[in-house]
Write a protein of this length. Structure first.
Lengths: 273, 168
């Protein structure tokens, strides 16, 4: 016993190092598994407060850009509105927000990263605004990511520029689906994998969300096909997608809540049994 | 004594804020960021016990992790650097360290650069290995380590010279 205590005292620095290093390693490994509630994240009062203070100054520099984005979006929405009036005899269903199944919230981005291999955004809406895990996050141009952790006033968003991110997507011209992932290289491009070899893939075609998960509605823009190749087995395409969103410059985002999610979940879990 | 505690606490907070507010958003060439918060570990008083250094480094790394949503990679790298600091000090300052008489404000520039460079390389290598977390991407790890290290070393040496030399 004496010897054990002596050993601990003699090597106390090394043991402390081992302890702290393994805690840090455990946190790192934990952060690599999808949607494990994390202990260390930027959705808390301290980090939110600091980022909020910086953002309150920072956002003035982007005002012009923000205005431009807003007026472009207004233009597009107006076009949709007027065009749907002229064809009043046929009912046009706006597939992007069909029949009020989605509740939309607006939030400011407090922190955005895109140079790491696992990127997150921090936004200024949280549990207080009933934002929960697995809500979709988009901008007027296309998708951004999925809500990951929430605190009272803030939430973190798992960016599509994250190796853990996997989003159901499809070709706009047909119904062939695939998974949108990120290889960690360029913030301009994401990769669409597992697309069937029968799909009519053409450079320049649009990729949109697939609507197979309850997170995003069908038909939200993701990007354009930049290039594609068949993978090693020859059965599927791997497509380079140039994102519509400039992920390095995101100021305001929309959070989408699927109001039917519970119903879909119950249905899916009951059919599993 | 109180003076040392106060100045180190201020350094802790200032470096943390500069790191998360400014340096994490540099993104030079798309992905190169300096990680200057490790200056805190470099300049930590030598007379203090290593336990204190390990714990404060861990806290600093953890806070940087919290701000950048990176799990525990900064904490791990900072603790690793803190643990290997005596070896670095001995190899770059030699006899001065044996006698516990290093003053970072008036050591010669060559030793300081060696000390900061090796420390930065060790820290960044651990950091990016954990960030990429894939041994088959070793080239990416080395590339990130090299470029970020150059950035960090230049900034760190400049900051150390600017802020400690005139306080003589």
């Amino acid at each position: 016993m004496q010897q054990i205590i002596n050993f601990v005292i003699r090597n106390k620095t090394f043991l402390l190092f081992l302890l702290l290093f393994s805690i840090a390693l455990a946190l790192t490994i934990q952060s690599h598994s999808y949607h494990r509630s994390k202990f260390i994240n930027s959705a808390n009062g301290l980090t939110g407060g600091v980022y909020g203070a910086v953002n309150s100054v920072d956002k003035y520099f982007d005002l012009e850009q923000e205005n431009k984005i807003l007026s472009e979006e207004n233009k597009r929405l107006r076009e949709q509105l007027f065009n749907s009036e002229t064809t009043a005899d046929s009912i046009v269903i706006d597939t992007s927000y069909s029949s009020g199944r989605y509740r939309v919230l607006v939030a400011d981005v407090y922190k955005n990263s895109y140079s790491l291999t696992n990127n997150y955004l921090t936004i200024n809406k949280g549990k207080k605004d009933s934002v929960k895990q697995d809500f979709g996050v988009i901008t007027s141009k296309g998708i951004v990511g999925i809500i990951d952790n929430t605190s009272k006033n803030y939430a973190t968003v798992l960016s599509i520029l994250n190796k853990r991110s996997r989003i159901n997507a499809k070709l706009k011209s047909s119904n062939h689906i695939g998974s949108l992932i990120w290889n960690g290289n360029s913030p301009e491009f994401a990769q669409l994998i597992d697309v069937s070899k029968f799909a009519p893939v053409k450079v320049g075609d649009t990729i949109v969300t697939g609507g197979q998960s309850a997170i995003f509605p069908k038909g939200i823009g993701i990007g354009k096909i930049e290039s594609f190749e068949t993978d090693i087995s020859g059965d599927t395409y791997t497509i380079q997608v140039k994102l519509f969103n400039d992920m390095t410059n995101i100021g305001t985002i929309y959070i989408l809540e699927n109001l039917d999610k519970e119903e879909i979940k119950t249905l899916e879990s009951s059919s599993d049994e | 004594m109180n003076n040392v505690v106060a100045s180190n606490s201020i350094r802790f907070v200032v470096l943390l804020l500069v790191q998360v507010v400014l340096c994490n958003n540099v993104n030079f060439m798309g992905y190169i960021n300096p990680y200057i918060y490790i200056i805190f570990i470099f300049l930590f008083p030598i007379r203090e016990t290593r336990m204190v250094l390990l714990i404060t480094s861990f806290l600093l790394g953890m806070l940087v992790d919290m701000f950048s949503d990176s799990g525990g990679i900064h904490a791990a790298a900072a603790v690793f650097l803190a643990y290997s600091r005596p070896v670095l000090l001995k190899s770059s300052f030699g006899m001065l360290y044996e006698h516990q008489t290093i003053k970072f404000s008036n050591t010669d520039l060559g030793s300081l650069i060696t000390y900061v460079s090796f420390g930065t390389l060790i820290h960044h290598f651990v950091l990016f290995s954990l960030e990429v977390f894939n041994i088959s991407s070793i080239l990416l790890i080395l590339k990130k380590t090299l470029f970020s290290s150059i950035f960090t070393i230049i900034l760190s040496v400049l900051i150390v010279i600017l802020f400690s030399r005139n306080k003589k």
